[in-house]
Structure formats: structure tokens, C-alpha cells
Design a protein around this ligand. Sequence first.
Ligand code: GLU
Length: 483
Amino acid sequence: MEIRTRFAPSPTGYMHIGNLRTALYEYLIAKSQGGKFILRIEDTDQERFVEGATEIIYHTLKMTGLKHDEGPDIGGEYGPYIQSERMGMYMDYAKELVEKGQAYYCFCTKERLDSLKSSNEKGDAFAKYDRHCLGLSQEEIQKNLDAGLPFVIRQKMPTEGTTTFHDVVYGDITVENAELDDQILMKADGYPTYNFANVIDDHLMKITHVVRGSEYLSSTPKYNLLYEAFGWEAPVYVHLPAVMRDAHHKLSKRHGDKSFEDLVKEGYLVEAIVNYIALLGWSPSDNTEIFSLQELEKAFHISGLSKSPSIFDIKKLTWLNGEYIKNMNPDTFYLLAESRLKQAIQKETLDLKKIAILLQTRLETLNDIPRMVTFFDTLPEYSTELYIHKKMKTTEEIALSSLKAALPVLEHLSNWNEMTIHDTLMELVQTLGIKNGQLLWPVRTALSGEPTSPGGAMELAAILGKEESLKRIQIGIEKLENI
Ligand code: GLU
């Protein structure tokens, strides 16, 4: 049997980390078994409809490489793949259930239903329907229909016993049938409820594995009873625990947690995000942490899914992002970094490619670039306290004498490159009989004006060029002389 999974997002305007993880697992469950991954847009909740939201879904799937095999934009055998375009399909299925005695017409007015709620002791808005219309005779039903009375179609739930379904992650789940409400399948406007459409669509699209957030776990008995009522085979259920911000709170965009788009804007690489979220609830059989999507397709197995909620750890993602940057081909990295480098550095004499090489091994997110490189363009205002460094054994006095010694030696250097600068400075260390750091730290500080820099004294000097380096060392001397 061909494995078919589907990603069924409601277009809300952004891609939650949790949603993207669902999509990724759906993709991986299908692809790890040579199956198909289908995109279905569940856009029937018009109140939540957001302009442009569907495009965000396409765009995210494209960026992340979660290529769907069927979907609204590429078609397929089981379309349409946009729920609002399927509206004509559901009534016949509801009527089929009525004929089978598994569903029934309900003509109760809103007033009557409201009075049911208020007569319920607890005033419980979720009070169960009292099955008033279940007892209507065939003649009464026909009379009402002929009279054009508005109606809904309700699922007839068993009143005794239990319903059990198996979930791959959560195991067997059993509910008392008596607790289940005769939920509405078709609304008075002739449209299906979300729950009904979802089941019919999954069946018609031959979905074998339903993968979604655990918030749907409580509705699943009802879904399962629908499959049973039709006599259809239920899919394999895979409910995923929430992605958490901390031990008590789910990630939530409304509470400021970042969406996929936010992370990309903040300089995280798409590949690193995908890799990171793959590990939010799934673990490989060994301790590997770095996976490309292709590697995930091979390594993924449904048995590695965990039922304990995972906490989204931005530090871990940031670390992983740094690893991706380090391992990137330098030319690819330069292309990624270029616009941010240009944003921070206007001086045309500076070789951005050389700066990029220094950055690549030291960077965690692309957005750190401007902050890390602006000093190449303009020396910032800085305090002479930066010259004091315990480990390097430097004080402001030592820094001053080192800079004063370095200036004339570097002035005489005619062939200015990293190698010659290195040899010159190391020779000076020997002559002065001091520790390397006592010369190199002051020079590095004078050249950058920053407490940290991508690269040490020689690398910075080589990139800045002779004239600019000497100018900055001179500025350092003046600053130190004036304290
Ligand atoms: N449209 C639902 C959502 O975005 C998906 C439910 C499902 O996958 O069954 O939450």
C-alpha cells in the first residue's frame, strides 16, 4: 500500500514552528517509505481567513524543500485540494449516513438549543444535544423538509460502551461513548462542519497516516466513529505533542514566540531550522544531530517520535545555525552574507570576501554580521579599558608601550600582507622580550576598537591596509597618552 500523508494547514498568515514541524514529519513519514506528501488547504473557517496566507504556505514549503506531490498549485488525482472548492461534495456523504441510521436530521431552532444550554445546571456552553430530533418519524422529517425548514445533520453517537483508537505516539486511547455529543456534520447553510469535511477529505484523498497536533486528540474518537459509520478503514493516527516555550507554555505567536518567517528574518538558515525542528520530538537511533533533509528522509522512523513535549531552545538552534554556517562552501556563504556586509561596510577599498572568510567560522546568525564588521568601515569610539586584558597580561601602560613600538616597525614594512605582518610583529615580541598577547592584544584593540573581533591583529591589519592600520594605531597611542 502506498503511504500518503497530508499537510492540512488553515491559512492563518504565518508558519508556526509547530505547524512546520507537523509538515516536516508528514513529509518524512511519506518520503522515508517511498510515499506521497499531499498539501490540502483547509480554508473553510472564513473568520480566520487572512489575505496572502496561502502564498506563505507555498513559499515555506518551497524554501524548506518539503516538496508536495499533490496540491492546489500542482493538481493531482484527488483534487480539488482547497477545501472551500470541495463544498458540493459533502451533503451526499451526510445523507448516506442518514440512510445507514448513523446520522439524523435535526430541525431544532437556535432558541431551543439556547434554552437547552441555559437549563443545563452548570450553564455549560458545551452541554450535549438532547437528541430531541432523533425520534422524529419519517413523515415528520419529510414534512419539515418539504416545508423548507432549516436543518442540520447530526452524527448519531453510540450511547453505551467505549470507543478505542490507537495512536502511534500516545498508544491506545479510550473514551466513554456516553460523553460524546451528537456533533453536527452538515450545518444549516448546507456546508459541512470542519470535523466532517476533514474526515471525508482524508478518506477521499486516500490518506493513510493522519499526522497533526495533539490538540486534535480529543476529537479523534468522533472521527474514528465516522470512519466506522461509513465502514471505511481509519488511517494511522500520529498526534504530536506541542512544541513548548518552557515547561508550562506552548509556543505561541501571540505571546511573542517566533514563527518560521521571523527566524529567517533574524538570520537563521532554512536548513538549520529544518534540522532543528526535526529534533523537536523525534530522535534518531544514534546521537547524530546534523541532518540534511535528504539524510532525514533516510534516517527518519516513526518509532523515534516522542510523546513528551519538547521545548524550543533558541540557544540550541543558534548553535546549530553556527555549525551550518561553518560547514558551508565559502562561496555560498559569501553570497548569503554579501547584502549584510554591504549594509555595514561602505568603504570600497575593503575586500568583503576576505572579511567573509574571517566571519564564517565565528558567526552564529547572519544578522550578527553588521554588528561584527562595522568597525572595518569606521573605527568606533572606544574606552581605553579595552586594552586591559587579564589573560593577555596587558595593562594600559603595557598597551601604550607596545603600540609605540609597533608603529615604526609597521611603518617600515613595505610588503603588507598577513604573513609579513605576522613575521614583523613576532620579531618585535622577541626583541621586546614580552608575551605575544602583550603586543597582539593592544594592536588588535587599536585596529578594531571592539572588545572582540573576527580575527586577530594580523588578520585585521591585512584587511584594513597599511595606511588605515597605522592611523588606527596612532589613534590608540593618543588615547592611551591622554588618560
Ligand atoms: N487545519 C488544521 C490545522 O491547521 C489541521 C487539522 C488536521 O491536520 O487534521 O490545525
